[in-house]
Design a protein around this ligand. Structure first.
Ligand code: ADP
Ligand code: MG
Ligand code: ZN
Length: 477
């Protein structure tokens, strides 16, 4: 039987405001537990929430960036449930009328572009955190996170594979970082994903879905989806039925288990939040947020291709983060002669070396100006591309300039034909058999001679000159 996979994602994005959604407490991550709290976010009775307007603006910006419709009048509701990390007994969220609806994002998997619908983005507040580890059988509650502003971004069930789900997630992850609306650090819980997964036979109605909770890395999301798809297919093929439930994925075991069935958990008794007025935004406010929209990843990629002539691949690599893009543009500004060379050396050489050192581009020991200094020495034939790779190694290690390394290590390229001829003469004298074979018509041996000469010059001979002089001297000229 051929099964089709249906996936819809709900993503919680912490908005990177300085203060919480409804009070003035700090949102800084990693503080001593319960030091960033006040009567409002502790859920004390009679405390009135006041909406953080920056959180609204950042949600609108996100809504505009996904081509969504901004609802000028939206409202807040209470979602009631009991959990120790939720002292109020309800979460303030937008249920009936969200701030944003009907957006989309275009993803690419392989060579195929596809549009994924975004049903809604609503604003809500985060809950606190329960801590169990190393506490000897008791649990502690940290309410620093209680009241941190969130956007929940809900997709249509438009994805058909784990690959598409990951592409969508990465695209959104990149977008919120470019917009500077979230740090989106998954390890810090700033970007969290729940995946809804079902299977069905094409042409029949969608199957019943299971919801996989709180997947905190791209790798685990993929694993959890794959596991869930197999589980459902096996279950149905064995004559069973998928039940609608929430499941927790255990990344250590590589399997998921049922957490709760949706029926009993779903009775949240939403009702309008009486302590907050309806959320009104004006056309002008939306227009001014739109006017100040930063460059988006898709625009940047396009610009890199058009303006600098980069390949789609290089443009993609160098536009992954704003920091990478900024480094590249600073590099091109210093080495204007050849933007493709800049892209090559940054994407293929520098980034690999930084990755080995676990170093991010904004902490690179080699600045754009320093890398440009190296590329200048390739451009003016002081060193070959091959030697330049060794120089870059030394630059990443020691932070010295290319010129200093070339000077102290004596790496300057040999372009003097007298010196090159002398090396060639020695190689010819040392390899009479190969010379005879070459002269007898075995052209393939030419590469052997080039290799010998380059080796004898310790890579410093100018390759173009070696080629030219070798041809002449081997021909006996
Ligand atoms: P709930 O209110 O129970 O969370 P929603 O209707 O809001 O349900 O849907 C939640 C998510 O589930 C959405 O992202 C949606 O795209 C996805 N979804 C809905 N139906 C299916 C299905 N049959 N298979 C997979 N995902 C689905
Ligand atoms: Mg939901
Ligand atoms: Zn507070």
């Amino acid at each position: 039987m051929s099964w089709e996979v249906i996936i819809g994602l709900e993503i919680h994005v912490q908005i990177n405001t300085k203060t919480k959604a409804f009070c003035g407490c700090s949102t800084t991550f990693g503080a001593e537990p319960n030091t960033q709290t006040c009567p409002v976010c502790l859920g004390m009775p009679g405390q009135l929430p006041v909406l953080n307007s920056e959180a609204v603006q950042k949600s609108i910006l996100t809504g505009l960036a996904i081509c969504g419709q901004i609802n000028l009048a939206s409202k807040f509701d209470r979602k009631n449930y009991f959990y120790p990390d939720l002292p109020k007994g309800y979460q303030i969220t937008q249920f009936a009328v969200p701030l944003v609806e009907h957006g989309h994002i275009d993803i690419r998997v392989g060579d195929t572009e596809k549009r994924i619908g975004i049903t809604r983005i609503h604003m809500e507040e985060d809950a606190g955190k329960s801590m169990h580890e190393g506490l000897d059988g008791v649990s502690h509650i940290d309410l620093n996170r209680s009241g941190v502003p969130l956007m929940e971004i809900v997709s249509e069930p438009d994805m058909r594979s784990a690959d598409e789900a990951i592409a969508y997630l990465k695209q959104l992850h990149q977008l919120v970082r470019f917009l500077d609306v979230s740090g989106a650090n998954m390890e810090k819980g700033q970007f969290r994903c729940d995946a809804n997964v079902s299977v069905h036979q094409p042409g029949t109605p969608f199957g019943t879905r299971a919801e996989l909770k709180n997947l905190n890395s791209f790798r685990f999301i993929r694993q959890a989806i794959d596991y869930e798809v197999n589980r459902q297919i096996e279950l149905i093929e064995d004559g069973g039925e998928v039940v609608q439930e929430t499941r927790l994925y255990d990344s250590a075991k590589g399997e998921s288990r049922a957490m709760r069935s949706k029926e009993e958990a779903h009775d949240y008794r939403y009702f309008p939040e009486p302590d907050l007025p309806p959320l009104q935004v004006s056309e002008q406010e939306v227009a001014s947020i739109r006017a100040a929209m930063p460059e988006r990843p898709s625009q940047l990629r396009q610009r890199f291709e058009n303006e600098y002539g980069l390949s789609a691949y290089d443009a993609d690599v160098l536009s992954q983060t704003r920091e990478l893009a900024d480094y590249f543009e600073a590099l091109v500004a210093c080495h204007e002669t050849d933007s493709k060379r800049c892209a090559n050396w940054m994407a293929n050489e520098l980034l690999g070396r930084l990755k080995e050192q676990g170093c991010e581009i904004d902490h690179s020991p080699v600045t754009p100006r320093a890398l440009a200094g190296l590329l200048d020495r390739i451009a003016d034939d002081t060193i070959s591309g091959k030697i330049a790779k060794d120089v870059l190694d030394a630059m990443v290690e020691g932070g010295e300039s290319a010129d200093a390394i070339i000077e102290t290590k004596g790496l300057k390229q040999v372009t003097d034909s007298g010196t090159i001829d002398a090396i060639i003469d020695k190689i010819i004298a040392a390899n009479p058999n190969q010379v005879a074979q070459y002269r007898g018509g075995k052209d393939k041996l030419f590469g052997f001679f080039v290799g010998q000469v380059m080796k004898a010059s310790r890579g410093k001979a100018n390759p173009a000159m070696v080629n030219q002089r070798l041809k002449n001297l081997l021909a006996g000229m």
